[in-house]
Ligand binder design. Structure first.
Ligand code: 4NP
Length: 161
């Protein structure tokens, strides 16, 4: 299994959505047995909670069901996952800061680095904004997850023969 973890701040908006969008793309490609997704937050404030109701509502309109329960990213996740994908620069630097010996730097990337149709450098936090912000998150994630699956295929060609 190729293991992916998406990371945002609270693990109730962006990363649970990334997990659901990626699962959907992976499933449609018939690759559910090869790529496994999870998500986490850099803070534990919402740990144990389901995804944000507003995020869920916008995701469902596009056919994505958010099922994850929030948890904090932990040091063990560096070993468990092949790809650690941050939603914004703060998430990226917070993850890097946990990797004190810089052993896992090559596993860490920005979600927007996989976008093909968007120029943005971050998936912006939608928490304090309006409905447009949640739609924008989903637009970015759909673009990024499509590109990300192609990147995974390039990195692990033997898994997709
Ligand atoms: P997320 O959104 O990082 O995409 O899950 C947020 C969730 C909660 C908070 C901020 C952003 N918060 O401040 O509690």
């Amino acid at each position: 299994m190729i293991k992916v973890i998406f990371v945002c701040l609270g693990n109730i908006c962006r990363s649970p959505s990334a997990e659901a969008v990626m699962n959907s793309i992976v499933e449609k490609a018939g690759l559910s047995g090869i790529v496994e997704c999870d998500s986490a937050g850099t803070i534990a404030f919402h740990a144990g909670e389901p995804a944000d109701a507003r995020m869920k509502k916008h995701a469902v309109k596009r056919g994505y069901t958010l099922t994850s329960i929030a948890r904090k990213f932990t040091h063990d996740d560096f070993e468990k996952f092949d790809y650690i994908v941050a939603m914004d620069r703060n998430n990226f630097t917070d993850i890097l800061a946990l990797d004190k010996e810089a052993q896992y730097v090559d596993k860490i990337s920005m979600m927007t680095s996989y976008c093909r149709d968007h120029e943005e450098e971050e998936v912006p936090d939608p928490y304090y904004g309006g409905p447009q912000g949640f739609e924008h998150v989903l637009d970015l994630l759909e673009d990024a997850c499509t590109g990300f699956l192609e990147k995974i295929k390039e990195d692990f060609p033997e898994e997709f023969e």
